[in-house]
Structures are given as C-alpha cells and as structure tokens.
Design a protein around this ligand. Structure first.
Ligand SMILES: [Zn+2]
Length: 102
C-alpha cells in the first residue's frame, strides 16, 4: 500500500465568462450620487456667553480663582475665574450662563 500525498486541486478559473458589470450586479443603473450635504458641525458646548459680544466661551476650569477671565472673542474682561465657579454666579459677571440642552 502506497501512501501518496494528497494532491492539491488547482482551482482554475474557467475562461470565457465575461466579468459582470456593476450594472448587471446591481440590476439597474444607479443614479449618480448627489453630493451629500456635510453633516452639521456639533453645536458648540460653551457654558457661558459673553455679554458684550454674545459669543460663547468657557472659563478656565482650573487655576486660581482670581484669574481674570477674558472673552476670547472680544477680549472683554468678563470676570474672574472664581466668579464663574460660584453658584449662583455673582451679578458682576459680564457673562451669562448658557443652559446646555439635556
Ligand atoms: Zn466677548
């Protein structure tokens, strides 16, 4: 009894089959994709709005309480860092808290 190593079958592609076109594969022509509008940018999650200019900003989360906080947009001095951490914030703040949705 002779043991022969198993022969590997060589898979050959049958010739003569035309490659299918995308049209055949998907059944019908697809309409050219319209340029999808870009997704809306995520809403800025500012916690505060500068009163003078109305732009949103976030006061520094860390640092000394007496650190002067300026609006990054108009550079107005809106208060000191400690004021933003007070609850309720003092009226001298030149910024108002923005209620975050949710
Ligand atoms: Zn401002």
């Amino acid at each position: 009894m002779t043991t022969e190593p198993p022969r590997r079958r060589i898979l050959t592609l049958k010739s003569g089959i035309a490659p299918k076109t995308a049209e055949e594969l998907f059944g019908k022509k697809r309409a050219p994709a319209k340029a999808a509008p870009p997704p809306p940018p995520p809403a800025p999650s500012f916690g505060w709005k500068c009163k003078p200019c109305g732009k949103g900003f976030d006061p520094p989360a860390e640092g000394p309480d007496d650190e002067v906080v300026r609006c990054p947009n108009c550079n107005a001095r809106v208060g000191i860092a400690g004021d933003f951490r007070a609850d309720p914030p003092p009226a001298r703040l030149r910024a108002r808290s923005v209620k975050k949705p949710g």
